[in-house]
Design a protein around this ligand. Structure first.
Ligand SMILES: Nc1ncnc2c1ncn2[C@@H]1O[C@H](COP(=O)(O)OP(=O)(O)OP(=O)(O)O)[C@@H](O)[C@H]1O
Ligand SMILES: Nc1ccn([C@H]2C[C@H](O)[C@@H](COP(=O)(O)O)O2)c(=O)n1
Length: 234
């Protein structure tokens, strides 16, 4: 709940390229305004982890499509401690490996995988709204496919250099050039796939965070949420 209006049932949709700050910003905003938080990238990662763990050839779209219904992926939406599990196993660490990161774009390009996860994401949003909770949802197709009617739609960006610096600090590597190449590869794949590619629509507010601190970005987005809450609820 904000001082500016009610955030009950509000949906905040945030997309952007890898390392632009979607997760950190979304969690910070959700904590500041008592909202739920959904990391949809974690869901694609969890599906990818399961495929790899079960010997599915992730570069064979038909094999991925045939297996998508098998794992049960569940998410916890508390921004202070978001959770992700597959068949009851906590996979928060496993989904962040290099192997998963290197293969997740292939799995997320498969239409059957997207259809299933989009359905699950909409169910999470609907459940939050039934409980009168607002929710911040972040990923690559939230503003375009998952929640195009959201009253706050943001496209977060930062320069390739800034994103590589941030991610390199996070994973404690001095090889910023290699990190930048990894981010560029994933962005290229995620933006060029046939189904639900990452793209900014005209009605999403672009926020270039290069040169901004995380706290500054969170404060700015909280302001946008408060404005939307005041408008939506009168
Ligand atoms: N404005 C900022 N200034 C400095 N560092 C930032 C800023 N925003 C995010 N970061 C840091 O950059 C790193 C990447 O941020 P984050 O994981 O939130 O990005 P993301 O867009 O969710 O990435 P991905 O799509 O790859 O999951 C994190 O270490 C985070 O703390
Ligand atoms: N809505 C989404 C969210 C994520 N993906 C894919 C593409 C990303 O490279 C990958 C991992 O996401 P991250 O953890 O880096 O946010 O998942 C997608 O296609 N759609």
């Amino acid at each position: 709940m904000s001082g500016q209006g009610s955030t009950e049932g509000i949906v905040i949709a945030i997309d952007g390229p890898s390392g632009s700050g979607k997760s950190s910003t979304s969690k910070g905003v959700a904590k500041a305004r008592g909202l739920r938080y959904l990391d949809t990238g974690a869901m694609y990662r969890a599906l990818t982890w399961w495929m790899l763990d079960n010997g599915v050839d992730v570069h064979d779209p038909a094999a991925v499509a045939a297996a998508v219904e098998r794992p049960v992926i569940e998410m916890g939406t508390d921004p202070a401690s978001p959770t992700i599990s597959v068949d009851g196993r906590d996979v928060a660490v496993e989904i962040r490996t290099k192997e998963v990161t290197g293969n997740v774009s292939a799995v997320s390009a498969v239409p059957e995988a997207r259809a299933l996860l989009v359905r699950t994401q909409r169910a999470v949003i609907d459940a939050a709204r039934r409980e009168s909770a607002g929710i911040v949802v972040e990923g690559r197709d939230i503003t375009t496919v998952v929640a195009p009617e959201a009253p706050v739609k943001l496209f977060l960006t930062a320069s390739a250099e800034a994103r590589a610096q941030r991610r390199s600090r996070e994973i404690h590597t001095g090889d910023v050039a290699a990190t930048q190449a990894d981010l560029a590869r994933r962005d290229r794949l995620d933006s060029s796939r046939a189904h639900s590619p990452l793209k900014r629509t005209a009605d999403a507010t672009e926020l270039d965070t290069t040169g901004m601190t995380l706290d500054e970005v969170i404060a700015l987005v909280v302001t946008l949420v408060d404005e939307a809450a005041a408008t939506v609820r009168g």
